[in-house]
Ligand binder design. Sequence first.
Ligand SMILES: [Zn+2]
Length: 191
Amino acid sequence: MLRARSPEECHLYMGLHPCTCGAERFAWQRHYLIPGAEQTSVYEGECPGCGEAREFRFAVPDTLAPPFTFGGDEPSQVLDPYQFLTRYHLTTRVVPSDPAVLPESQRARYYAELRTGIAALREVLKFIPADAAAMPADAFTSEAGRAAFEADPEQFARERLEGLLDSHQETLAAYQAAVRGTTPGQSPASS
Ligand SMILES: [Zn+2]
């Protein structure tokens, strides 16, 4: 069975696995947990494209990773570095660096998106062994991931990824301040 660490990870996985009819969006209508030696998280619904019943089952830990994170220190077992990097890039395309340009009512939503995107970037780093600078080629399990790594392995290098993480600290602080009315400068949720 698929092994996920959080609802976010399940959602991202489902979004990357379109129906055989080609419809990418899977608007699941039912979600439930089956208790057991290993808890199972089940998503069910009909494909909005063809009406076919679809179902995803994930083995999940008793303690799920908190919101705005995909998992703990260990790398994902269902998604690869490329899929997380793509998720991160999606965030950078939609979230403006200055929350002041957004209507006040929208800021919390964009802050949530920013936190999720940065969490995805952190997931990419988890595939690099602690003492290594480069991403191992065998971290990639998707076709697109292997191709992206072959074309430009540097985009997955530790230094580059950590640089990107750093580059968002100011934006994160600005959003945190805009949403919570706190003073920028303090790092938001470290997880
Ligand atoms: Zn379908």
